[in-house]
Design a protein around this ligand. Structure first.
Ligand SMILES: CC(C)(COP(=O)(O)OP(=O)(O)OC[C@H]1O[C@@H](n2cnc3c(N)ncnc32)[C@H](O)[C@@H]1OP(=O)(O)O)[C@@H](O)C(=O)NCCC(=O)NCCS
Length: 180
């Protein structure tokens, strides 16, 4: 299996089509049709026999932890494996590759909203226990119905998150569509 990292704007028609099909099957939507910011996403694909069999993408966000620590974060979404190829370890391999790649790219943190917490826990992700805030224009508000998981990539973030409790906060900028 081969992994490729491709910016959304550089996807060729065939790759775009295959990713759209995978995401429609899993999520009833493709990543691009609804939200303009997805045009700036970066895709990670696993390719087997010329076919994309597993996929994830990330977009850049800045997380502010404790109200003051600014963290360059890769926000991961649309994680899916071809329905015929599930249960063979493909998404696990893809996500391990993603962690390596993001670390080399200088991201300090990666985060996602899980469909299946157990799946990500097995891969070393941890649920965020504190509150989540969104900053929009000049106001900040609590979004308490959301759950995210984190994977710290830098030494600084590993140390910081190891001391976090339910009293800690993460805040990030508003975006269209799903906030988290
Ligand atoms: C979640 C998903 C990405 C996992 O992909 P995958 O390539 O099957 O993942 P893996 O083979 O690495 O399996 C990881 C875990 O999935 C579970 N799993 C095993 N067989 C499975 C199957 N046939 N179908 C789904 N999950 C299975 C197991 O818990 C497995 O852990 P294990 O290492 O103990 O076996 C895939 O099921 C999927 O595309 N689901 C629909 C979209 C979705 O929910 N995405 C998550 C968004 S957060």
């Amino acid at each position: 299996m081969q992994f490729k990292i491709i910016a959304a704007r550089d996807l060729n028609e065939q790759a775009r089509q295959q990713i759209a099909e995978l995401c429609f099957t899993a999520f009833d939507e493709d990543p691009w049709s609804q939200y303009a910011f997805m045009q700036t996403a970066v895709h990670l694909v696993a390719i087997l026999d010329d076919k994309i069999v597993s996929h994830a993408l990330w977009t850049d966000r800045i997380f502010i932890i404790h109200g003051s620590v600014k963290v360059r974060t890769a926000y991961v979404e649309y994680v899916t494996t071809d329905a015929m190829m599930r249960g063979k370890g493909l998404a696990s391999q893809l996500l391990r590759y993603l962690i390596e790649a993001l670390t080399h790219m200088g991201y300090e943190l990666t985060a996602l909203q899980p469909e299946d917490v157990t799946f990500y826990k097995k891969l070393g992700w941890t649920p965020w226990l504190g509150d989540l805030y969104i900053q929009q224009d000049r106001s900040t508000y609590l979004t308490d119905e959301n759950e995210i998981m984190l994977y710290p990539l830098s030494i600084r973030l590993k140390a910081l998150l190891s001391h976090c409790t339910v009293d800690d906060t993460i805040c990030t900028e508003w975006r269209e569509g799903e906030l988290w």
